[in-house]
Design a protein around this ligand. Structure first.
Ligand SMILES: Cc1cc2nc3c(=O)[nH]c(=O)nc-3n(C[C@H](O)[C@H](O)[C@H](O)COP(=O)(O)O)c2cc1C
Length: 416
């Protein structure tokens, strides 16, 4: 990135941080000190010199936990791209709730169990994987690293975890499948046009995806942080968004060869009968992503869903929602083991994964943590994030005396 572009981006980042509820939500000290620099002085000298994040890791070997990747990523990517990744709805209340929900659940260890062998491998939709951990669909990953979803696929391959690919991926499902060397999941954003949506679904199916996850949690939303960036002035933004009214989604590879000029992305008034339509259209397992209530969980089953993803889109959809982990029990109660239930949102530690599994989740997803790894160090960063979470999961399984996933149960939890 040319120096003037970088300086411009940093200035935008400070402006963003100074006016952002992120200050209350994420790694507070770091952000607070950046904002303090903003209030002290806005000179270019400060922007160049004082925006030094203390203790930023310079290589994956230095990372002790997944949080370590966040400032490293922030220091490397364009400020607008950082804001896009970090943002939540309104005042980021649901992002905070995602973390708080995990923190409220306490653990009940069992002593003197032989935990010299721990097995965290499992099978998800017939696919043997190393851990009950999957990489959530995150759009347009080239903004974080030039190799984007392909770097993530290589990381998912070397660690043998499931990768879910977003509709608005920068690399095609075929390229990602080749890099992963095994099936993944395809996340669907529906459009106003069934024939073009169907073509996309068929491509995912032909590429071997085992599951189709229809994201249903954004009938509307309010995201402000990216609006703080003046895309018209940032050369990096202009390179992608210049002159493209829809933000560029229709130019993404999953829409290649389709005339999207009159098509709108989104729920477009779709209701539950669309699940029946999806079921008829594909041999992939059909899941709904973004379910947070028992009522909707029951409707998913009525319409033949093969799985449910409890998710609030990482706090980017509804505001002042409950933490995803807090929505999980009622969904599980409605499902009663008939289909697998997955959960994502705010997972940052092995203990978080353990708590979700102990409640009854089949597997647990991460979004931002692997994106921090990707933005900071590419494939290596993604791999290290997975390694750290698997190491932490192993530790907590030893502490709880649960040597395999089958042995993990609610008895390990004290719910507040
Ligand atoms: C930058 C970003 C882009 C995302 N893009 C998508 C997407 O294209 N489709 C989707 O279903 N969810 C998307 N999500 C939501 C994630 O799939 C996931 O639900 C969420 O990130 C999990 O929360 P976490 O980031 O706290 O781990 C996105 C999340 C982020 C942070």
């Amino acid at each position: 990135m040319p120096t003037n572009t970088r300086d411009h981006s940093r200035r935008q980042l400070l402006t963003f941080l100074a006016g952002s509820p992120l200050l209350y939500g994420l790694s507070g000290t770091l952000l607070a000190s950046a904002a303090a620099a903003q209030t002290r002085s806005e000179t270019d000298a400060v922007l160049r010199g004082a925006l030094e994040f203390k203790d930023i890791i310079e290589s994956v070997d230095q990372a002790l936990n997944v949080w370590d990747f966040e400032p490293a990523m922030r220091a490397r990517v364009n400020a607008g791209h950082y804001a896009y990744m970090a943002q939540g709805a309104d005042d980021f209340g649901t992002i905070a709730a995602n973390r708080a929900g995990f923190e409220r659940i306490k653990l009940r260890p069992q002593r003197l169990v032989d935990v010299s062998k721990i097995d965290m491998s499992t099978e998800i939709f017939g696919q043997k994987v190393a851990a009950p951990l999957y990489l959530c669909p995150v759009g347009a990953q080239m903004m974080f690293h030039p190799d984007g979803e392909v770097a993530v696929a290589r990381g998912a391959k070397s660690k043998n975890v499931v990768q879910a690919l977003s509709t608005v991926t920068n690399y095609s499902v075929e390229d990602v499948r080749a890099a992963r060397g095994a099936p993944g999941w395809y996340q669907l954003y529906s459009t106003s046009d069934w024939p073009s949506t169907l073509k996309q679904i068929k491509r995912a199916e032909a590429a071997g995806c085992t599951a189709l996850a229809w994201t249903v949690d954004i009938p509307a939303r309010n995201l402000e942080p990216v609006a703080r960036f003046n895309r018209g002035k940032d050369p990096v933004c202009q390179a992608c968004h210049g002159g493209v009214e829809d933000g560029g989604w229709s130019q993404r590879p999953m829409f290649d060869g389709l005339d999207m000029s009159t098509v709108r992305m989104g729920l477009n008034g779709l209701t539950w009968s669309y699940v029946d339509q999806l079921k008829k259209a594909t041999t992939m397992k059909v899941m709904l992503k973004g379910i947070v209530t028992r009522e909707d969980a029951a409707r998913c089953l009525e319409h033949g869903a093969d799985g449910i993803i409890v998710s609030n889109h990482g706090g980017r959809a509804d505001e002042t929602g409950r933490g995803a982990i807090e929505s999980l029990p009622e969904v599980l109660a409605a499902v009663r083991g008939r289909v697998p239930v997955f959960v994502d949102g705010g997972v940052r530690r092995g203990t978080d994964i353990f708590k979700a599994l102990a409640l009854g989740a089949t597997a647990v997803g991460i979004g931002r943590p692997y994106i921090w790894g990707l933005g900071a160090f590419g494939q290596e960063g993604v791999e290290k994030v997975i390694d750290i979470l698997m190491r932490e999961l192993r530790i907590v399984m030893m502490q709880m005396g649960t040597t395999s996933l089958a042995k993990i149960s609610r008895t390990s939890l004290e719910l507040a």
